[in-house]
Design a protein around this ligand. Structure first.
Ligand SMILES: Cc1cc2nc3c(=O)[nH]c(=O)nc-3n(C[C@H](O)[C@H](O)[C@H](O)COP(=O)(O)O)c2cc1C
Length: 115
């Protein structure tokens, strides 16, 4: 699935999980809502990440969006094209009571993706 990195709301950074917001070249390829372990190919560099697809109900539902947090990665990739391959479905998207609870869950998602 080819996707371009576009500007997001940048709340992810305050959660401690920078995410790249994605625009799929073919919108029909947008996966079902959920959290997935993925491989990310960035200019032939193979990276791993966790992909979230959904409307982020914890922060007041928005339209359905896709965003990826790349493991051990801190570069600015705005405007880059990514080739994303889904490796595993981790869980459904949920509403969390607090952003702290969501943060703990994303830490677990990240561990799941490392396996
Ligand atoms: C691995 C991962 C899992 C996520 N799971 C959820 C979730 O279950 N529920 C939810 O409301 N948001 C979830 N989010 C979305 C966060 O709410 C989102 O990253 C945050 O709002 C920052 O958005 P921004 O990058 O546009 O600033 C998840 C994000 C990631 C990266």
């Amino acid at each position: 699935m080819l996707a371009k990195v576009v500007e997001g709301r940048k709340v992810g950074r305050t959660l401690g999980f920078p995410t790249a917001n994605l625009e799929f070249l073919n919108p029909d390829e947008m996966p079902e809502s959920g959290v997935y372990a993925v491989d990310v190919n960035l200019r032939d560099e193979m990276l791993r990440g966790v992909l979230n697809v959904g409307n982020r109900p914890t922060f007041g539902a928005s339209e359905k969006v896709a965003e990826v947090h790349i493991l051990d990665f801190a570069r600015d990739i705005y405007d880059e094209n990514l080739d994303i391959t889904i490796r595993k479905f981790i869980r459904k998207e949920r509403t969390f009571e607090t952003s702290e609870a969501l943060k703990k869950q994303i830490e677990q998602d990240r561990e799941e993706a490392r396996k």
